[in-house]
Design a protein around this ligand. Sequence first.
Ligand SMILES: Cc1cc2nc3c(=O)[nH]c(=O)nc-3n(C[C@H](O)[C@H](O)[C@H](O)COP(=O)(O)O)c2cc1C
Length: 201
Amino acid sequence: MSQAVPESALDTIFRNARTYRRSADAWLDKPVDDAQLRAVFDLAKLGPTSANCSPGRFVIVRSPEAKEKLKSALSHDNIPQTMAAPATVIVAADHTFYEELPRLYKEDDSAITWFKGKPEAIVGTAFRNSSLQGAYFIIAARALGLDCGPMSGFNNAKVDELFFAGTSIKSNFLINVGYGNPAVIRPREERYAFDEVCHIV
Ligand SMILES: Cc1cc2nc3c(=O)[nH]c(=O)nc-3n(C[C@H](O)[C@H](O)[C@H](O)COP(=O)(O)O)c2cc1C
């Protein structure tokens, strides 16, 4: 059995963690290096996916050239915060993920047959699990002292054309990563209380 993490860790990961967005000022001028991004991934990859299928693929847009390419696919309001972010992760899903199941899910060597020739199962599983993997990425980044700004306001087809042409990979959502500027943070929007949306049955 695992031990609960200290309250201070819960503050870092949840209570004090905010979404940095809305302007170019959202990010401090402090870079994020390769070792940090690898450390985030090495935690995030441990989060569970169905049959360990791990469909998530992550393109980390950091160079000015790659940022410029991404810019053309962003919705207008998301441009300043994304161009200013030290890195932007394209969370995507490989729709041929099931071909790797013999390696990733040795527990059941028939797992590949759950997906082969079954587009509905592929699309649903790829979307569900890559979304989870993106969420694990956010939590891992926060746990390592980074801040995030997830975004769905962009043209997925355009990102796919620009970054994944000729592949079976499709974009899901984006995450700006860096060190957030506390000066831009507004009071947190209300969240539901447990009794409003949770039912113990
Ligand atoms: C999947 C997803 C998509 C989002 N899309 C955008 C977006 O396109 N642009 C933006 O500025 N914020 C976007 N947000 C940010 C949310 O509005 C923000 O996380 C939410 O209001 C909670 O803010 P808080 O973390 O500061 O409490 C997105 C968040 C998520 C999780």
